[in-house]
Design a protein around this ligand. Structure first.
Ligand SMILES: [Zn+2]
Length: 294
């Protein structure tokens, strides 16, 4: 357990570097794969359509890509920095007071939290959103996302989205089943972040069921509610994931601040990590910049 815990952050950091290195190549790959994605996207769209009772048709990829994006914040650890913490680690650890200030500025600036269901309905059917929508998401099942994250959000009536890595449930310093059930009961969205956080880019064969289905079934067994949303570990994805997600009942999936797939935007919805070093002003400015580009 300790080994796993200690190994997690360096893995995340390595992947962040990978995102930067891979992003240029990924653009080219996206273009080359357009034809393949078209059929995937059509399939996903028709399937999603059957899930949507309020509309006969859902928007096509170009329409979805043209819509104004909702800022989606991504948090990992919320705790005070230990002495001598490496600068590179500060991206993933938000000091408690910073987090409190960030929730307060969102509230004071008029932001309202929305759920993935609301974002999905807006993207696919044009359902209305609040004037200043935001989504607050948490990755990796860390316990303080419940003890601090939920407590702070409760002050403002905010609801969050918890992307659960199911292998960690009940381990020391991670959320347990009861906490996850309580979050679901109180209206937060519980979603999947795989079984054990391996990169989707490496999946083949049984990996799809082990990572996408096993985690979904585990969470649904805890909450009694369907799991329909997914966040890629490290924000890394490959096009083969779209039909694999779709056939296991996922309506949408979330990346990080990289480019969305031009033919499957519902499976590449953008999020933004809030680094522990940011002021509240940096966060608000970055929300505007990150979600205003294609
Ligand atoms: Zn993660």
């Amino acid at each position: 357990m300790i080994f796993f815990r200690r190994s997690k952050l360096p893995l995340i950091l390595l992947s962040t570097i990978s995102i930067i290195i891979l992003s240029c190549g990924q653009q080219q790959q996206n273009l080359a794969d357009t034809a393949v994605h078209d059929s995937i996207n059509n399939k996903a769209a028709s399937s999603a359509d059957t899930l949507t009772t309020s509309a006969n048709e859902i928007a096509d990829a170009a329409t979805i890509l043209s819509k104004k994006q909702v800022p989606v914040l991504c948090y990992h650890d919320i705790k005070n920095w230990p002495p001598n913490l490496r600068t590179s680690m500060k991206e993933y650890i938000v000091p408690i007071q910073n987090f409190k200030d960030q929730m307060k500025i969102l509230h004071d600036s008029g932001y309202k939290t929305i759920s993935p269901d609301e974002y999905y309905a807006y993207l696919t059917t044009g359902a209305p959103l609040p004037e200043k929508p935001v989504m607050i998401t948490y990755d990796d099942t860390d316990e303080e996302q419940f003890t601090i994250g939920k407590t702070e959000m409760d002050k403002y009536g905010f609801k969050g989205v918890y992307f659960i890595m199911t292998i960690s449930i009940g381990r020391p310093r991670y959320m347990n089943k009861e906490q996850i059930k309580q979050l679901a009961d109180e209206g937060h969205t519980i979603a999947s972040h795989t079984w054990d956080h391996h990169s989707v880019k490496k999946y083949e064969g049984d990996d799809w069921d082990n990572q996408l289905l096993k985690s979904k079934n585990t969470i649904e067994g805890i909450t009694g509610k369907p799991v329909q949303y997914f966040a890629y570990p490290f924000g890394l994805w490959k096009p083969e994931a779209f039909p694999e997600l779709e056939k296991r009942g996922y309506k949408a999936a979330f990346i990080l601040s990289t480019s969305r797939d031009t033919t499957a935007p519902l499976y590449t919805i953008r999020r933004m990590i809030v680094p522990g070093t940011w002021s509240t002003a940096s966060m608000i400015n970055s929300m505007k910049k990150t979600f205003n580009r294609n």
